[in-house]
Design a protein around this ligand. Structure first.
Ligand code: ADP
Ligand code: GN1
Ligand code: MG
Length: 365
């Protein structure tokens, strides 16, 4: 059945008249369209189907995003020269005052103002971009550190709870639901050999050594929009913003951004961690967060890069063994290719770990 996008858009309070919608971006979770309006003076919009198989409580998710964007906007209002339409996401209400609609097929749709002349990159080309990425996520976190009221709703409970991820993974391996285990025993053994080490952060949280903060939790570099000169415009993709530990954000940013290859590179020779990009991320992130973080948190930043890479390998392999139910895939072995690339990246981080820790020390001094 072909969706009538124009009819969907009619439910939202947009300026101008619908002209066309084009599929947009390359996220792995939601489906995104750019909606173009006819009038030159009317803005364009971003329309998304929220993946409700993953995000089960769309109402609470929407409320989180509303609270977060309102708070960020109030911070920007105090900064002279801020562009409120481009430096924070603007969610669009429906005509009956809600943040989303549910269509007859059960899909949840939402809209944001389209941020024009912005770019997002899947891969970095220099250490300045890493610095900007670190700064963007650091700024995001420090601006949200005084969000008042009740805690944000845990949209995906245990999202980065590595302990839980490992338990689920062990169960998946036991079940081997589609018979793929025999192809991946080597990868399973590699990951299981490290399982104790990577439970550390959750354990430190439980023991009260690490505080929970509002963190983004999906800090891929393509979730930062940059202007034409690579200056920070806006952190996007706010679905996973919820309480968590600070090393998740810088860790995932490095996992994704400091890779010399692609997240799904078939050529493992291309995959490694570039230490200069690592340094760029840490420098930018520390500049924005140094005054808010505790010494114990700072101690976890380099570990966070390994942790998030480990966890991502577990998640991709888990989905492969499960028969590809979670991530969008472009080939039957896509999740396995992704797993192998993450394992290669983790090995490269393990080799450079002393240097990584020294860099964190340098910027926290
Ligand atoms: P996903 O969860 O699937 O990754 P995102 O919210 O990250 O979805 O959106 C997908 C892509 O769409 C982003 O990588 C970015 O390039 C683009 N995008 C998202 N929001 C906007 C916006 N408000 N304005 C312009 N482009 C956007
Ligand atoms: C997903 O939505 P997207 O493509 O930015 C995933 C992240 C993974 C990432 C791997 C909600 O991010 O956790 O790290 O893919 N998001 C969710 O590319 O699971
Ligand atoms: Mg995204």
């Amino acid at each position: 059945m072909k969706t009538n996008i124009e009819a969907i858009v009619k439910h939202f309070n947009i300026e101008g008249t619908y002209s066309e919608a084009k599929i947009f971006g390359d996220g792995l979770i939601n489906t995104t369209y750019k909606v173009v309006t006819k009038e030159d003076e009317a803005p364009n919009y971003l329309l998304q189907i929220v993946n409700h198989h993953i995000f089960k409580n769309v109402a609470e998710l929407t409320r989180n995003i509303q609270r977060v964007t309102d708070h960020l906007r109030s911070k920007l209002e105090k900064i002279e020269g801020s562009d409120l339409k481009r430096e924070v996401l603007t969610p669009i209400d429906t005509v009956d005052g809600k943040g989303y609609i549910k269509d007859e097929a059960g899909n949840y749709w939402r809209m944001f103002l389209f941020i024009e002349n912005a770019r997002s990159y899947n891969q970095l080309s220099n250490a300045n971009q890493a610095y900007v990425g670190g700064k963007a996520f650091g700024q995001f976190q420090s601006r949200l550190s005084d969000l008042g009221g009740e805690p944000l709703y845990p949209v995906l409970p245990d999202f980065h709870n590595t302990e839980m991820r490992i338990l689920n993974f062990i169960e998946r391996v036991k079940q081997d639901p589609v018979g793929r285990l025999k192809e991946v025993q080597e990868e399973v053994d590699f990951l299981m050999a490290r399982s104790e080490e990577y439970k550390k952060i959750v354990q430190m949280g439980r023991e009260g050594i690490l505080p929970e903060r509002i963190v983004h939790q999906d800090t891929k570099f393509n979730n930062v929009l940059l202007d034409e000169n690579d200056n920070i415009l806006c952190v996007i993709d706010l679905d996973t913003v919820m309480p968590g530990y600070v090393c998740y954000d810088i860790g995932d940013a490095i996992r994704n951004g400091a890779n010399t290859g692609l997240e799904d590179d078939r050529d493992l020779d291309k995959v490694s961690m570039n230490i200069d990009l690592f340094e760029g991320f840490i420098k930018g992130f520390m500049e924005e967060t140094k005054d808010v973080l505790t010494p114990a948190e700072i101690d976890t930043l380099a570990f966070g890069a390994k942790l998030l890479t480990y966890e991502q390998a577990v998640r991709f392999l888990d989905d492969y063994i499960d028969g590809d139910n979670y991530y969008k895939v472009n080939a039957p072995d896509h999740n396995l290719v992704r797993t192998r690339a993450q394992i290669k990246l983790l090995k490269s981080m393990e080799e450079q770990y002393d240097k990584m820790e020294a860099i964190v020390k340098k910027y926290s001094a």
